[in-house]
Write a protein that binds this ligand. Structure first.
Ligand code: FAD
Length: 469
């Protein structure tokens, strides 16, 4: 029997589809229709969305139509490119899919890329590598360029060139009224500032232009060492990072080697400590700079460091792309790393039945800590360290993951700054902690100017400032 609320939802969905169909060129999908179930999934499979209607954009004019229809019908609007950053279900919403708008244009002479809202880092990396250029791409090539950059973008080369958001030159945006506007340092500068770290709160970006960097080859890789070197390597890493050159970008990870063909079968499932590095240096320089860490780590189980083109470097340093899966992720930031914290990380990360795919200690700083005068609100730039952990749900019993992850997060939080990094944060209740208080206030004022009706309510929501501010 159909109950009252379902009738209302169905009526709203039909109304939305009828509103969209005359002007929207792409598919418009209602629950039960072919394609709906595939289109509603995100990357983290714990999110089970049931949008009222899904609109698959084929053009930027489709984006404008979707915004106007959502607004007119007062339907919540959710935006998705790859789904990697989808943290709350788009239940009852108009879900606008952007993945088809994946144009990538490289201007080799100007050393810039211009991409559509559906482009992924794999696409950009492949296009730039053949010209000896690198982007400020991150860990995983399947992540969307625009969503990643709007959330700051902590890249393989961020210690060298800053956040991805710092390299943005211009954007084209569909605003909350459905208008298409351009923005750069001179045009709509407040919007331009907010987009460089403030997430999807201010409009839908239909085109993004950003700088590329000369990188004919990149020293890069992931090397594995026996887990019993973990505590010593982490302590050496903490000390070594005080003099880490900006040319290098590094982290130490505790993990179980995934059963992927790129790793020797004998290592599959084995707990190890890993050293990760990426940098614009030659191999002898890279190895010499890492020498104090390599000496402490001892004989590697797998030596993954080599000189590669940027696309290959990104894949080699991350390991194989993880498939979409249900998982928990936690991140905490630190001004300093004390011995107690190291004990906690090693104790939990290497516990025999620990649920983590990896636990990572990362050094930030470098160019991220030296923003230009008009830099956007991305990140806590002076905070040098983070601990990040990812725990997949491999069995239906989620408590087996949630209980230890919550306990670990509480213990990590007790020593942390309280800040976070928007792209790595998965708790929408903590969104404001990704910004300095001044930047958060400024973002709320800009939100008030560009989206006073709060049409754009992404997972990491920044509400408009009250009228009297
Ligand atoms: C495996 C994995 C690896 C990652 N590695 C890194 C990393 O190395 N560094 C890092 O900084 N982050 C990293 N992230 C985080 C990632 O950058 C964020 O999750 C980001 O939001 C993903 O963007 P998306 O477009 O791919 O995802 P989506 O879920 O499609 O989009 C996420 C949100 O971004 C907004 N958005 C997307 N496109 C637009 C648009 N065109 N206009 C306006 N808003 C838009 C929307 O609010 C949307 O809800 C990683 C995430 C995963 C799952």
């Amino acid at each position: 029997m159909i109950t009252g609320p379902d009738v209302a939802v169905t009526a709203r969905a039909a109304e939305a589809a009828a509103g969209l169909r005359p002007d929207f060129a792409g598919p418009v999908l209602l629950p039960g229709e072919p394609g709906y179930d595939e289109a509603r999934t995100g990357w983290n499979r714990t999110i089970d969305s049931t949008p009222a209607v899904i609109a698959v954009a084929r053009s930027r004019s489709d984006v404008q139509v979707a915004v106007r229809v959502a607004r007119r019908l007062r339907l919540p609007l959710a935006v998705q490119s790859t789904g990697h950053g989808t943290l709350v279900p788009a239940d009852g919403a108009l879900l606008l899919k952007l993945s088809g708008l994946d144009e990538v244009r490289i201007d080799v002479a100007a050393r810039t890329a211009t991409v559509g809202p559906g482009a992924t880092w794999h696409q950009v990396n492949r296009a730039t590598a053949e010209h000896g250029l690198a982007s400020l791409a991150g860990r995983c090539g399947t992540v969307g360029v625009v969503g990643y950059t709007l959330g700051g973008g902590a890249a393989w080369l961020s210690r060298t060139f800053g956040y991805a958001a710092d390299s943005v030159l211009a954007a084209e945006v569909v605003t909350a009224t459905g208008e298409l506007v351009g923005t750069d340092a001179e045009t709509n500068p407040d919007l331009f500032w907010a987009l460089r770290g403030g997430g999807g709160n201010f409009g839908i970006v239909t085109s993004l232009t950003f700088r590329l960097y000369d990188a004919p080859s990149v020293f890069s890789g992931l090397s594995f060492f026996p887990a019993d070197r973990g505590r010593a390597l982490l302590a050496a890493y903490r000390d070594w990072t005080r003099t880490e050159p900006e040319a290098l970008n590094t982290a130490v990870l505790l993990l179980r080697v995934p059963p992927a063909p790129v790793f020797p079968t004998a290592l599959h499932g084995r707990p190890v400590v890993a050293l990760r590095a990426t940098g614009l240096v030659d191999e002898p320089t890279g190895r010499a700079t890492l020498r104090p860490l390599l000496d402490v780590a001892g004989e590697p189980l797998l030596d993954g460091f080599a000189l590669r083109d940027f696309a290959a470097a990104s894949t080699a340093t991350n390991g194989p792309d993880a498939p979409p899966m249900p998982h928990r992720q936690l991140v905490q930031l630190y001004d300093r790393i004390d011995d107690d914290l190291l004990d906690l990380v090693v104790g939990e990360g290497l516990r025999p039945d620990a649920p983590y795919a990896f636990v990572e200690l990362r050094h930030w700083g470098g160019a991220m800590a030296r923003p230009g005068p008009d830099a956007g609100p991305a990140g806590h730039r002076q905070t040098p360290y983070s601990v990040l952990a990812v725990a997949p749900y491999l069995a239906p019993d989620r408590a087996a993951v949630d209980v230890p992850v919550d306990r670990f997060d509480d213990a990590l939080a007790a020593r942390a700054t309280g800040g976070s990094f928007l792209n790595l944060l998965t708790d929408p209740a903590r969104t404001a902690t990704a910004f300095t208080p001044d930047n958060h206030r400024r973002l709320r004022r800009i939100k008030r100017r560009w989206d006073p009706a709060d049409v754009f309510r992404p997972s990491h929501h920044i509400p408009p400032a009250p009228a009297d501010t």
